[in-house]
Design a protein around this ligand. Sequence first.
Ligand SMILES: *Cc1c(COP(=O)(O)O)cnc(C)c1O
Length: 827
Amino acid sequence: MVNPGYSIQQIAAILGLQNIPDVNKGFVNTLLTDSRKLTSPSTSLFFALQGPQRNGHVFVPELYKKGVRFFVISRDIDETLYPGSVFFKVADPLQSLQKIAAAHRHRFAVDVIGITGSNGKTVVKEWLYQLLQPYKNIVRSPKSYNSQLGVPLSIWQMSPENDLAVFEAGISKPGEMEQLQEIIDPTIGVLTNIGLAHSEGFVNDAQKLSEKLQLFKTAKVVIANGDSELITWGARQLNRPLFSWGKAAHNNVQVLAVHTTGAYAVIRLKEKEGSDFNIEIPFSDNASVENAIICATVLLYLKFAPSVIASGMKALQPVNMRMEFKQGINNCVIINDSYSADLTSLEVALQFLQQQSKGKKKTVILSDFFENDANDRQLYQSIYQLLKRYDINRLIGIGEKMQLLFPLLLTEEETMEASFFLSTKKYLQQYHSTQYRDEYILVKGARRFGFERIVTLLEQKVHETVLEINLDAVAHNLKAFQQLLKPGVKLMAMVKAFAYGSGAAEIASVVQFHKADYLGVAYADEGVELRKAGITIPIMVLNVEESAFDAITDYNLEPDIFSFELLNAFEQHIKSAGLKNYPVHIEVETGMNRSGFAVADISVLADRLTGNEFIKVQSCFSHLAASEDKVEDAFTLHQFELLKKATDILEAGLSYTFIRHIANTSAIMRFPELQLDMVRLGIGLYGIAGNDKIPLQTVATLKTTISQIKRIRNGETVSYNRRGIAKEDSVIATIRIGYADGYSRRLGNGVGKVWVNGQLAPVIGTVCMDMTMIDITHIPEVKEGDDVIVFGEAVPVQQLAEWIGTIPYEIMTGISQRVKRVYYGEG
Ligand SMILES: *Cc1c(COP(=O)(O)O)cnc(C)c1O
């Protein structure tokens, strides 16, 4: 399932370009749009995409150095600097990418299912894959790749072995669907829930629908909900046959009844002119029921027998697009993806591993694959190639086929260590914790292999209170702020205090991956930790003392210089270390009265630094005291004016320019004019401080579990000093969190509440060191072992802060280190 590739001449022909130098040997099998995802330089074609936040052309030199020779560009580039390269100059590289994908798509005559709609696209795609994968060799979109960029990259995976393709398409503005139609050109159209917003009225809905239906312009059938007049009208407009589902009798597939019991739903369906039959799915929510009906309709259209559909439906797996990683034994990091095993999801997981591992050793524990591939040997060959492409150091293969076929692929001078086991049981029998140390371990296997048992062994055991960190939310929040910046304005992400409690190295990796310019930490030690974790972007250190100078220069950290004493001492250190032009950041005091040079001292400072060959001013900045407070806006602007005055004096004295910065999160949101050359983003990165205009995603969720449930009588008391008194016969649950975990004692006696089974439960009595009691008298169906959310989406950390009269910063940074951090994201 690897794209067989194209010669340079073929690419030129697709793009309609002549005058391409005669590089006959040129051959492309990877379309590269993100320089960070480079894996096979010599066969990659790089598209220098142009967007508001990025300009792909700036990566050309770096990629050339790494061996890339084929580029699609839209700006002039001095080609003589890159001998042996081919540059395709076009008007719009994204369009060229789409053209190549469209040409690739049309080499294949197989059925292509195109899915669009407002909700459920990814679930329907993944479920169709789960249901059809025993019978077909399927290529599908990775993750939720459904955009103008994601679709061409998905299509590029099509190869001659496939006998079915399933792609999703999503649009963010009018006109985009036409483009996607040309690339996907589905033969079977599937419309999922389109979330018609009745309030907007028919005209808007009709417009929204017609736009989506454009995807099916040339499809031989459209599969959709036939109960909706609007949809049947839309299909008529499009002049395509409809194969519909719905409650009404006129539908091709009629939904007779839906019964839900606990975690299951039974759906009674009837084919037109056929008899009725049941399908049972292991889900009971409305969205899952609807998605299952859509999938059943597709399979019926494809002429699968009801009994086959029913047996597949029973085994549907939840669509888990998120990848979790956890601290493991012996300083390992475990990436748990023990839900699926197929090439598409393997590549997604390997990319995630590459992004996180930052040069550390990489091990993959992998089960047999169950793709419907006539040629097993080729399937395992593709797996092998992927593992090599992502520089995997060690493979542990589990399963009959792994053991039988994989060893044949290893070469004589194989650099990848490999061992094989017949079954998970056999692996577990020989397992020993000393086999793993200081490495990243991806655990990925088909469900039937039960790899969760392996994950349990590899995980570090701690008590069951965890702080879950959503890395996708961090990336989302970062992008939300990047979009507020004027072109060219840099961004420093503040990751001091263990990244506001969220885990410095993990957050810094995401921030570095998404091209922030700088990191800010409080102490040199924090910077050293980041360097040891493989972070390479510049790091500013706010509090520097002489004892940290060696660490600063050894680890290439950049100090905040806030006084003449510090400047003198640091300059002395640089001299004796034999260094020159060491970058430093000058802090100016403008009203916070914390640290910094007085504005009145700046001209003396400028004289002191003019022509200085040891110290180089990298930036000059100040910190705002009340940027979130409307009442203090005049003061904020005054601080800004003072900084500008100081930087003008300094710049006039030095013969070079430097970065100027003052804005923190609230200032970025409230004062675009304060952006200067760089902003310093703190709390906003962690999803706090958002509003309607700048919606942020929750990053951290503090979770614990119930260790015991007790029934007590009216008048009995709970916890130390008998402070909690039951006002009725009550049910009390003890949860595994206390003030030693960072759950403040001030939250005791009803002040704080936690989220249990969809409701808020008040704390009763005093918070203890490691435990807290909550009152669940009026919350039904709570059991021992149940999860409890202390803060997260349901109970925002701002709310907790308000209850005890503090700010979210204090709560976040106060979560103690014994609380395990668990990271997850789509990668
Ligand atoms: C912590 C800090 C920030 C970030 O502030 P937020 O309000 O969290 O955005 C910016 N600059 C300095 C100097 C800081 O200490």
